[in-house]
Design a protein around this ligand. Structure first.
Ligand code: ADP
Ligand code: ZN
Ligand code: ZN
Length: 806
């Protein structure tokens, strides 16, 4: 059942059903008093449950299994390792259209017109949805006077009559292009002569129509825009032909990700790449996982491409995982140029139907689903014949899912998936995570290094700018040192582009009263609101609460309000004033909110419509621009002072990755880092791109302070809107855990933001020493959880377990 309960449930089936049903098929079943869910047949047996009477199933929903044995094995591993229910994994793994339940809300698909294909029941629902904007599956069953309606709703989905609401995902709307064709009513007997006659007094329209016929001789759909151009008429002219029922407009979906372009050969590898490739192949003889540590711009993608080619030649499937698909259209394009139609992209921003389509293509091993590009959820596709998984930018934190359960790390889960399929896996990064590099040095993984940039371009020259000194000597304009300004000016004069990085995390503009020092707080969370100058409003970055910027202090009434700290928006404004003749762009969560927000900004920067791009960590994610000669980091210190055991590792990764955007293809780039701490060891390591030094030093600290990769970490979080409840609960829990694990339990503590959306939050952390059994530890934790949940007053508290909580 797709519910967060640990166990599976037994339902009764008839003998006929038993002959038909297979493991991995869906069944509609009732649960509780009124609810209907889509369950999954997990095991078919003849053992009567002891504690309850097995209910009959409503019906079987599939003709063949939609989940295969590989998946079920993988799900079981996920549920055991991450201490969540199999149901949580089931729910995460399938597109939600597969998981209809009584409360699922359905909507009419307005583009559906083909009523003839509907059965009577289906038509009734189709009709009901004309009068009512939505229905629940439960209401469908009321309308039809039947209990067993899942198959009907499923068929309506299949016929695209309806769609189900996705709460979590933004629906992805493909770009629509307007085309023109001859109006349907005329289609059967058009007489061009008659039409032209009819238009004898509208010269422009006549010409447009003639042009249309000329264009349509090629039998290709005619774009409205092309017709305007070709006939040299305005859109008004074509519109009047449509109004006269001669032409009509229609739209075709052009999925931006859908590949149309030409396929080209793989690039010839240079010697370094060739060596890397053969070393990888060599390590694969004895290891299932190999880490490719290749500096930024070394051409890792080309090496992956060769590996992929080999696996495809063996007739096997490839999964290529990326940390954030929205940011990686560049890689998608590159792989599509090499592998054309064999590439499918699995995207959480796609509509449900599109995701279902990819799911089904993978399931039936279609040609167009031989290579799947996707973010972490692409792990759940029904691969049957996987030969290779590539985990690109393996150090990226977005591989970890924190909410909701399953709280898995997709990189680690991919390693297990590869093992289940007997496939090989390549981890790639210029700045590997400490854990992966550690595993490689321990000989658990193969290790291949690629230390040269393609074309032997030098890695960027990195200089540190001492802010303390610059302020003292009064060599600052706003947030910019004279040195950074000089470098920007030089780059712009050379017609090169500049990237400026400002990590907003923990250092956003905050409004503070100069009289009493109070900052406006979010009413739902324990954080100060962030000032957004452009809209003159205050916003909470945790719950999206928004209010207008006040004129006076809410605490003392003073009008003297000051904004502290700085974010990307302020940098952008300062730059506009400093460089009025250049185009300044900004890339952060606020400017990329729209569906194709990223793509627009990345595209504009690629097309050199933007000279200076200011942005947050989004800029560190594998982007490949060929004209960027300078990268500036405005303030390195906030990253270093973040209270997290990985702060230093992350700061190193982030700065090296951002720096790696400079000087990628033509000449050596330049990086300028402004900081109050130029002698900080991490900055020294960044300035020489000395991964080894960073690795050694961090590893020592991890050992000393008992953190991964030596110790494992399980975090337990309690949440409730009543503070006392959470507090009592966490103290009880801490004691119970302490009795078993002693000094390896840390806490109880409140996170930096102790209340979010009106829920109070408390944590305890369990550290597991290298020799302690993980399985036993987890069993003991689960035992304590069960006892906790048996206490009546604790029952309403949310109990969250996060294994490898980092
Ligand atoms: P990485 O992923 O290691 O940062 P990329 O794969 O993006 O590096 O390669 C950097 C640049 O060098 C890209 O623009 C890529 O097209 C180019 N490049 C890499 N290898 C080759 C090759 N063998 N032939 C031609 N161009 C290459
Ligand atoms: Zn005040
Ligand atoms: Zn809030």
């Amino acid at each position: 059942m797709p519910i967060p309960l640990q166990k599976t449930f037994t339902y009764a089936i008839s003998e006929a059903e038993a002959k038909f049903l297979q493991k991995g098929m869906r069944v509609a079943v009732s649960f509780g008093k009124t609810k209907i869910y889509t369950g999954l047949a997990f095991s078919i047996h003849t053992n009567k449950p002891n504690l309850y009477e097995a209910k009959e199933i409503h019906q079987i929903l599939d003709e063949t299994p939609i989940v295969n044995e590989f998946q079920l094995k993988h799900w079981q591993w996920l549920s055991e390792y991450y201490m969540c229910s199999l149901g949580d994994v089931y729910r995460a793994a399938l597109p939600s259209a597969f998981l209809l339940e009584s409360e699922t809300i359905i909507y009419l698909n307005n583009t559906f017109t083909n009523e003839e294909v509907l059965t009577n029941d289906e038509f009734l629902i189709f009709e009901a949805l004309q009068h009512q904007s939505s229905l629940t599956v439960h209401q469908v069953s009321d309308i039809l006077g039947k209990k067993k309606v899942m198959p009907i709703v499923n068929d309506l989905l299949k016929k695209s009559v309806i769609y189900v609401k996705e709460e979590i995902y933004e629906t992805y709307t493909p770009k629509l292009i307007k085309y023109v064709r001859i109006n349907k009513v005329l289609e059967n007997d058009i007489s061009l002569e008659q039409l032209l006659e009819q238009l004898s007094r509208a010269k422009k329209q006549r010409e447009a129509l003639l042009a249309f016929f000329q264009l349509s001789t090629s039998k290709k759909p005619v774009k409205a825009k092309d017709l305007e151009k070709y006939a040299k008429v305005s859109s008004v002219v074509i519109k009047s032909l449509v109004d006269k029922n001669i032409l009509e407009f229609y739209q075709l979906k052009t999925d931006r990700i859908n590949f149309k372009g030409d396929v080209s050969e793989l690039k010839t590898l240079n010697n370094h790449q060739k060596n890397a490739l053969s070393s990888i192949e060599e390590t694969f003889k004895t290891k299932d996982v190999t880490l490719l540590h290749g500096v930024t711009g070394s051409g890792k993608t080309e090496v992956y491409a060769k590996l992929i080619q080999n696996v495809l030649d063996e007739g096997k499937q490839v999964l290529f995982m990326l940390p954030e698909i929205a940011l990686t259209t560049q890689i998608i394009n590159r792989l599509q140029t090499y592998f054309g139609k064999q590439v499918s992209v699995f995207h959480s921003k796609y509509s449900i139907n599109e995701r279902v389509e990819v799911y089904q293509n993978v399931m039936s091993n279609k040609t167009k689903a031989q290579i799947i590009l996707g973010a972490r959820s692409s792990l759940f596709l029904p691969f049957s014949n996987l030969g290779l998984i590539v985990v690109d930018e393996e150090h990226e934190t977005s591989y970890k899912q924190f909410e909701p359960s399953p709280r898995y790390n997709a990189r680690d889960a991919a390693i297990v998936l590869a093992k289940i399929h007997n496939a090989k896996l390549i981890l790639g990064s210029a700045t590997p995570s400490l854990e992966s590099y550690f595993n490689a040095t321990q000989n658990k993984y193969g290790l291949v290094e690629l230390n040269r940039r393609f074309n032997d371009i030098q890695l960027p020259k990195i200089e540190l700018i001492d802010l303390k000194e610059k302020y003292r000597k009064k060599e600052m304009s706003g947030r910019f040192s004279d040195r950074l300004l000089k470098l920007i000016t030089e780059a712009l004069e050379e017609k090169e582009q500049v990237i400026l990085f400002q990590n907003r995390r923990g250092f956003s503009p905050i409004v503070e009263c100069k009289t009493c020092g109070v900052s406006p707080q979010c009413p739902n969370c324990d954080v100060s609101l962030t000032y957004h100058k452009f809209k003159s409003e205050l916003r909470c970055h945790y719950c999206n609460y928004t209010r207008a910027m006040p004129n006076s202090c809410g605490a003392c009434g003073s009008n003297d309000l000051d904004s502290k700290g700085f974010g990307t928006e302020q940098i952008e404004l300062e730059l506009k004033a400093l460089f009025p003749d250049y185009k300044i762009g900004r890339m952060d969560l606020d400017t990329t909110r729209g569906k194709h927000g990223y793509q627009k900004i990345i595209g504009a920067f690629e097309a050199r419509e933007i000279d200076v791009l200011v942005g947050t960590q989004m800029l560190s994610k594998g982007l490949d621009f060929d004209n960027v000669s300078l990268v500036g980091i405005l303030n390195a210190d906030t990253m270093l002072n973040f209270p997290d055991f990985r702060a230093h590792e992350r700061a190193f990764q982030l700065m090296v990755q951002v720096s790696g955007r400079a000087g990628r293809t033509k000449k050596q780039g330049h990086v300028a880092i402004q900081t109050y701490n130029p002698y900080h060891q991490i900055l020294q390591q960044v300035s020489t791109t000395d991964y080894q030094a960073m690795f050694k030093e961090q590893l020592q600290e991890r050992w000393q302070f008992k953190y991964p990769p030596y110790f494992r970490v399980i975090k337990i979080t309690l949440k409730h809107k009543d503070y006392t409840k959470v507090d009592t609960g966490i103290h009880w829990l801490f004691k119970a855990l302490y009795n078993v694990f002693g000094e390896h339990v840390l806490g109880p503590s409140a996170p930096a933001i102790a209340r979010i959306r009106n829920q109070y939050i408390k944590n305890v952390v369990i550290k597991i020493p290298p020799k302690q059994s993980l399985t036993n530890t987890k069993q003991q934790v689960l035992k304590i959880k069960n006892t906790f949940e048996a206490v009546k007053e604790f029952r309403p508290i949310r109990f969250i377990i996060d294994v490898d909580a980092y």
